[in-house]
Design a protein around this ligand. Structure first.
Ligand SMILES: Cc1cc2nc3c(=O)[nH]c(=O)nc-3n(C[C@H](O)[C@H](O)[C@H](O)COP(=O)(O)OP(=O)(O)OC[C@H]3O[C@@H](n4cnc5c(N)ncnc54)[C@H](O)[C@@H]3O)c2cc1C
Length: 384
């Protein structure tokens, strides 16, 4: 989110500095690795226009840099026909006139030539809006584009505090733990799993954002079936609503392996990571065995990778002014709750708008305000 914002701000001709606490492209946050799904199947309909804008901005950024970070696929969302989120997804499709197919068990089996097998009482929603984004490559792309537009990029720079300048200069001072300080008219804070800690230090506001350690799992496609599940054919990105909430991508990054993982993870302290155990639920193995028609080896994943989620209680993002003494000078974007990557470009656009103009068009920010936690501390969990 920070790299995308830096690009957006620098593109508008503003002097921009991007600070990162670790090495650039490190593996200790949320945005490293090989694949993220982009899909429009949101039951909370206000995400739909954001996804559509993101598709456009991903394409625009790719054309600027000259290489691909997005790989096209269609998308299939499945679940119990009575599931609230499934019904919400269908509502979103209707509201925005999105071309979609609602499929029953037999229709899913026919459409995907037996590669998915859903129970009788389930349905699936199929749309053209799917695909895979390569996260590390995409972050690097935004950094390169920001640099091209004149931004200064500094890594191994941990921000330890942000203070308002109370003198005639105005603006904000940013202090780093190695003793440097930087001044800017405005500041955008996008510190992922460290949001709760930094925001508390800076403004005393305690945000209910929980760090989770989550596990990416890659499963071996059984011999002879590899092509059937590869990207570039007709196998879609997919999600499965319910408990556990599962999602996956066609094989792309590791030929012959497919990513299928659970949405969520173990609560942890982002500075004292347990680095395991990897989360491979029995129910995930069963899902791989049954839903992928026995064509993928479900005994255990053959490769795993750990990653961080920063979860809000309602799984909605936090995009807002920090307020207090900072007024509109400090904007934050955090709590992306395991579904933010696809939105990187639009979030960057929104954060840049907010910090430069004080408002952002085309987005219902009320869902992302800090204030909502005071009004409804628990949120309506598990509803996106
Ligand atoms: C395994 C996994 C699968 C996912 N799958 C999907 C998916 O399929 N689709 C999707 O849309 N989303 C997905 N997500 C969610 C998505 O990846 C995240 O929402 C997104 O990457 C969050 O980005 P971020 O910029 O908030 O956090 P980060 O990428 O972690 O960036 C925050 C950065 O701030 C730095 N930082 C922290 N504190 C400081 C400080 N004090 N000073 C300086 N720098 C600091 C950190 O080091 C870090 O580099 C997934 C996430 C994970 C972990």
């Amino acid at each position: 989110m920070g790299s995308s914002t830096a690009y957006q701000v620098a593109k508008r001709g503003q002097k921009t500095l991007l600070l990162e606490q670790f090495d650039f492209l490190h593996h200790r946050g949320s945005s490293h690795g090989e694949s993220r799904t982009i899909r429009a199947t949101y039951s909370k309909d206000y995400y739909f226009p954001m996804v559509i804008e993101s598709y456009k901005l991903w394409e625009e950024a790719e054309s600027q840099i000259g290489y691909k970070v997005y790989f096209k696929a269609e998308h299939l969302e499945m679940g119990d026909s009575r599931d609230k989120n499934m019904r919400g997804i269908i509502h979103t499709c209707h509201k925005y006139s999105v071309a979609h197919e609602i499929l029953d068990r037999q229709q899913v089996a026919n459409k995907f030539s037996g590669r998915f097998d859903i129970p009788e009482n389930w349905i699936a929603v199929f749309t053209e809006y799917g695909g895979v984004i390569k996260p590390t490559k995409a972050v690097s792309m935004f950094q390169a584009l920001a640099f091209q537009k004149g931004a200064v990029l500094r890594d191994c720079m941990e921000v330890k505090d942000i203070r308002k300048d109370n003198g005639v200069k105005g603006g904000v001072w940013v202090y780093t733990s190695n003793g440097e300080k930087f001044w800017g008219k405005k500041c955008v804070v996008t510190v992922g799993a460290w949001t709760k800690k930094l925001v508390k230090t800076v403004s005393r506001v305690e945000l209910p954002i929980q760090s989770l350690e989550t596990t990416v799992c890659y499963w071996r496609i059984k011999e002879g079936n590899e092509e059937k599940y590869a990207i570039g054919g007709d196998f879609p990105t997919f999600g499965c609503q319910g408990e556990p909430h599962i999602f996956g991508t066609p094989s792309l990054e590791y030929p012959g392996l497919m990513k299928v993982m659970v949405h969520g993870g173990y609560p942890c302290d982002e500075d004292k990571r347990p680095w395991g155990p990897v989360m491979v639920l029995e129910s995930l193995k069963e899902w791989v065995e049954e839903r992928l028609s026995g064509m993928v080896d479900s005994r255990a994943p053959v490769a795993t990778q750990l990653c961080m989620y920063s979860m809000t209680p309602d799984e909605d993002f936090v995009i807002d002014f920090l307020g207090g003494e900072f007024g509109k000078d400090v904007v934050m974007g955090g709590g992306f709750s395991g579904h933010g990557f696809k939105m990187g470009p639009v979030v960057g656009r929104i954060l840049a708008d907010l910090v430069l103009t004080g408002e952002a068009k085309g987005v219902e920010l009320k869902h992302f305000r800090i204030r909502r936690f005071e009004e409804n501390p628990q949120g309506n969990v598990k509803d996106f």
